[in-house]
Structure formats: structure tokens, C-alpha cells
Design a protein around this ligand. Structure first.
Ligand code: OGA
Ligand code: MN
Length: 280
């Protein structure tokens, strides 16, 4: 079964209409997997998924992860709430209303998350857009000298770096479960075979063997190149949207939004098959 996706940006991002993610057969699942690999980011509209439905869909795509920072006691543990909402004065989810800088999800794990899906339950009329950049196409378009320079480099990532840069607090137990991870700065996609830049402005502490200051200069140069308009798509959310992205080929960021607008997203992370999880 072929599934047609409308391209939303020059090199990546596909929008798929006419699919009900709560009723997929195996052929439709395979078509979604193929489209996801080809487009790196997929956008679906008008979906009706409760937490069980979201986890069922995720399980069709791969092994579902429990997020390092999961702290829910009610609801599905596979589903992380991303929200600024509060109940009895306590945040019900993660990440508040602040801007999120260009980053990659859980790059700080030895086996980072392959894909993330975000499903919009409540959206804001202002702000809160989620931006994606195509790190594969950006890598192949690097100026030759920069491409030669990054060849063979390895980058060191940690959740503690994100704590420092973004102010997300880790518990001691979480810190121990996620020590530093070292991955190639240019990663070969384990399924697509495409090479892509692989770093996160929030989590990449340094390039192995370089000072933090020099590392940040280089990362910022790569970030400026990779987030030029021709490599970027910005998603403006509607209720019922589901966006699925490939963390091995894209970075993302979020615009801030006014805190008096409630925003609620349900989020699920998926792994690559076991033998393909460690970046190479
Ligand atoms: C995330 C994330 C962006 C958003 O959940 O990993 O980056 O728009 N969310 O909330
Ligand atoms: Mn993220």
C-alpha cells in the first residue's frame, strides 16, 4: 500500500491525509514506516487517540520507551505529558512554556531514542510552534572544509549539560542512569544509510578532545548552517495533530508561549531495533 505524503519543506517533512491512526492494518503500518524514513518528519491531522491508542500506534512502529524523567503515577507510563498546566499548584507535565533551543531527544543515552511522537490535546493560539531541521541534507550541503573538519569527530552528551543550560533538574537516580554518552558527530542513519550531523545545543557538552568554548563555537557554526530556512519546517499545531520525527536525522526546537494559555501534548518515544540502537 503506497501512502502519499505532501512535502511541507524542500527536503523533508511529509503531511499525510486520510489516515485514522487508531485503525491501522499491517500494510498501512508498513506504509507509514516507509514514509517516515523517507520524510524524516510526518504530520497527521484530526486524530482521536487516547493514551492507550497512542501507545498502540507507537508499538506498531517499534519498541516503546519509558522516558528517563517519567514521574507519572496515573495514566500510561509510556506517555510523557508535555505541558505548562498545573493541578493543585503542581505542573502536570514537563517543559513548561519556555523556549526550547535546537535539540535532539535523549541524545545523552548510550542508546538514544530513535523517534518521538507528539500528539496535541490542547494548543495555544499564540507561540508554541515546533520547528524541525533536516540534518542529513544540511550535512551533505556543508562547505567542503567544514565537512572535512567534522569527519571522525566524536561528541560528548549529557543530561546534566541540559540541566545546566536549560534548568531541567535531574534526580540523583536519573543522573546515574544517564552518565555521559559519546557518539559520532556525523551519524550514519541505521535504516536509511544517510549521513547526518548529530548533536544537540542543549545536551552536547563538548567535542571529544576540544575545550567547551571551542566546541560551542563549532556547534554553533554547524547549528547556523543546519537551521538555514531551506532546511527547516515550523509546525503550527491544531488539536488532533500528531507529529512523528526521526531523532537520527533531525533536530527540533520550540517557540515559547504565554503561560496563561494551557498547552497539553502527549509524547511517546520509540527505539530502533536492538542491534541498531547505538549510533555509528
Ligand atoms: C519534546 C519537545 C516540543 C514541543 O517533547 O521533546 O521537544 O513543542 N517538545 O513541546
Ligand atoms: Mn524534544
Amino acid at each position: 500500500m503506497a501512502m502519499t505524503a505532501r512535502r511541507l519543506a524542500p527536503s523533508f517533512c511529509g503531511e499525510i491525509d486520510g489516515v485514522d491512526l487508531s485503525r491501522l492494518d499491517d500494510a498501512a503500518t508498513d506504509a507509514i514506516k516507509a514514509a517516515w524514513l523517507a520524510h524524516k518528519v510526518l504530520v497527521f491531522h484530526d486524530q482521536h487517540l487516547d493514551e492507550d491508542g497512542l501507545v498502540d500506534f507507537a508499538q506498531r512502529l517499534g519498541d516503546v520507551e519509558i522516558h528517563l524523567r517519567q514521574a507519572r503515577i496515573v495514566g500510561r507510563r509510556e506517555v510523557l505529558l508535555v505541558s505548562n498546566k498545573k493541578e493543585n499548584g503542581e505542573p502536570i507535565g514537563r517543559l513548561g512554556n519556555q523556549e526550547l533551543n535546537w535539540h535532539m531527544d535523549q541524545i545523552f543515552m548510550a542508546q538514544p531514542t530513535a523517534g518521538t511522537m507528539l500528539y496535541a490535546v490542547e494548543v495555544t493560539p499564540e507561540g508554541g510552534d515546533t520547528w524541525f531541521c533536516d540534518l542529513g541534507t544540511a550535512y551533505s550541503a556543508l562547505p567542503a572544509a567544514l565537512k572535512a573538519r567534522v569527519e571522525g569527530m566524536r561528541a560528548v552528551h549529557s543530561a546534566a549539560t541540559a540541566d545546566r543550560r536549560v534548568g531541567i533538574q535531574l534526580t540523583e537516580e536519573q543522573r546515574q542512569r544517564a552518565p555521559e554518552a559519546v557518539h559520532p558527530l556525523v551519524r550514519t542513519h541505521p535504516l536509511a544509510g544517510e549521513k547526518a550531523l548529530y548533536f544537540s545545543m542543549n545536551h552536547t557538552a563538548r567535542i571529544d578532545g576540544m575545550s567547551e568554548a571551542d566546541s560551542l563555537d563549532l556547534l554553533d557554526e554547524l547549528r547556523r548552517h543546519a537551521t538555514a530556512p531551506q532546511f527547516v519546517y515550523a509546525h503550527h499545531w491544531r488539536v488532533g495533530d500528531l507529529v512523528l520525527w526521526d531523532n537520527a536525522a533531525t533536530m527540533h526546537r520550540r517557540d515559547p508561549f504565554p503561560d496563561h494559555f494551557p498547552r497539553l501534548m502527549r509524547r511517546v518515544g520509540i527505539s530502533f531495533p536492538a542491534d541498531l540502537r547505538a549510533p555509528f
